[in-house]
Design a protein around this ligand. Structure first.
Ligand code: PMP
Length: 405
């Protein structure tokens, strides 16, 4: 077969994407994805093609990206260890910095051991696929992150979904499940698109009754919920414990990488069985250094967490009082529901014209009727920034007919 005939077999797939997104990509006014933002150091503002905009859809919840202490830690790691990871952790890729970071993650989360992966995605995929296999059953919330879904698929275990944040439905799913094998329930502690929190006490009770392990993905919880940013256990006053915690170093902690915090026995098992840990390069030292310093800052400066909680509650109240839908958000993540993909794009464009970046999340990531701007409040946003953003969100919402004029 000639090369061109081989490529022709791919054409229907490429054409489908081109039809859906090609036009959008070529309209500079309406394009909102893959935009090259340059952040200002120690500021929530970004530059986009010479325009200064207030970023309201970032992930650096603690506002530490660009912090001079974090930057210095990354630079010092490069000075000592160089830029590369020098291979996988099991061979030449481990440095004292990786071990220090793992000890810090474990201490921060009150667990005996932690294992650091190359990304949060790798941590989820690797952990799930190592823990369960054929003959086992995984129970996942309908809104669980894609990395959990992918880990399930790779594992070969039976996968059962339950309704979002519905512990009774999980209960029924567990009652209906085959009796044998490992039972693993996985939820996000904070849902990345809705900003709501998993009902941990109810989930724990159901898991205990059905002899199921409970794993939570704390990606959007660390630095954000709980009085000192320690995530879902702290949010529920440490009355309930989860069995396996997984998270990322790419959101509140401004680096890259992921982690699993667990028992030493499980960490040992994962070290030799989680394939992304075994077969993919270690976290680069600069990223490990930045993450380590950020965790220490978070530990010393819990007022960053208080600030996020106070300002996100204030922004949510302003926009909901004016008639915007924010679903069940109760964290830094605030969805501003537009109601259709088209309206979400228009709303994002209107916000940008008002000087604020609010990025659209559309179908199939969320149902078309719930297409939205995904807003996130960070410790970098001052009260004045939040007022400026609220003003822009409401003015743009009136222009787009989302709330009365
Ligand atoms: N879990 C959740 C809930 C996430 O939102 C993300 C990132 N979007 C990940 C895991 C993956 O983390 P990372 O980007 O560090 O790979």
């Amino acid at each position: 077969m000639s090369a061109s005939a081989a490529w022709r077999r791919l054409e229907p797939k490429l054409a489908a994407i081109a039809l859906r997104l090609g036009q959008l990509e070529s309209e500079p006014d309406r394009r909102n994805s893959f935009m090259p933002y340059t952040p200002e150091r120690e500021s929530p503002y970004v530059d986009l093609h010479g325009e200064r905009l207030l970023m309201m859809s970032g992930y650096s919840y603690l506002g530490l990206s660009g912090d001079e202490r974090v930057v210095a830690a990354a630079q010092s790691a490069v000075d000592t260890y160089g830029t590369g990871a020098h291979g996988v952790r099991a061979l030449a890729g481990s440095t004292p910095l990786h071990e220090e970071l793992e000890a810090e993650v474990a201490k921060f989360l009150d667990r005996e051991t932690a294992l650091v992966f190359g990304s949060g995605y790798a941590a989820n995929v690797g952990t799930v696929a190592a823990l369960v296999g054929p003959g086992d059953t995984v129970f996942i919330d309908k809104y669980d992150h894609a990395s959990i879904v992918d880990g399930c698929q790779l594992s070969g275990a039976t996968v059962t979904r339950f309704r979002h944040n519905d512990a009774d439905h999980l209960d029924r799913r567990l009652s209906d499940a085959a009796p044998g094998g490992v039972r693993l329930v996985i939820v996000d502690s904070v849902y990345s698109m809705d900003g709501d929190i998993a009902p941990l006490p109810e989930l724990r009770e159901v898991c205990d009754r059905h002899e199921a392990l409970l794993m939570v993905d704390e990606a959007h919880a660390i630095g954000v919920i709980g009085a000192t940013g320690r995530g879902i256990e702290e949010h529920f006053d440490f009355k309930v414990k989860v069995d396996i915690k997984v998270g990322t170093l790419s959101k509140g902690i401004p680096s890259t990488g992921g982690w699993v915090a667990c028992t030493p026995e499980l960490a040992l098992f994962l070290k030799y069985n989680a394939r992304p840990f075994l077969f993919s390069a270690a976290l680069p030292p600069a990223q490990a250094g930045a993450a380590l310093e950020s965790l220490r800052i978070l530990d010393r400066e819990p007022e960053r967490v208080t600030h996020i909680q106070r300002e996100s509650a204030r922004l949510r109240k302003i926009v909901t009082d004016a008639g915007m839908r924010t679903l069940d958000s109760e964290t830094a993540v605030i969805p501003l529901v537009a109601g259709s993909d088209e309206l979400a794009y228009d709303y994002a464009t209107a916000c940008r014209k008002a000087g604020v970046v609010g990025l659209p999340v559309v179908s199939p990531a969320v149902p078309n009727t719930l297409a939205r701007l995904r807003i996130a409040v960070t410790a970098r946003h001052s009260a004045e920034d939040i007022d400026v953003a609220a003003d822009a969100f409401l003015t743009a919402a009136r222009q787009c007919g989302l709330i009365p004029g």
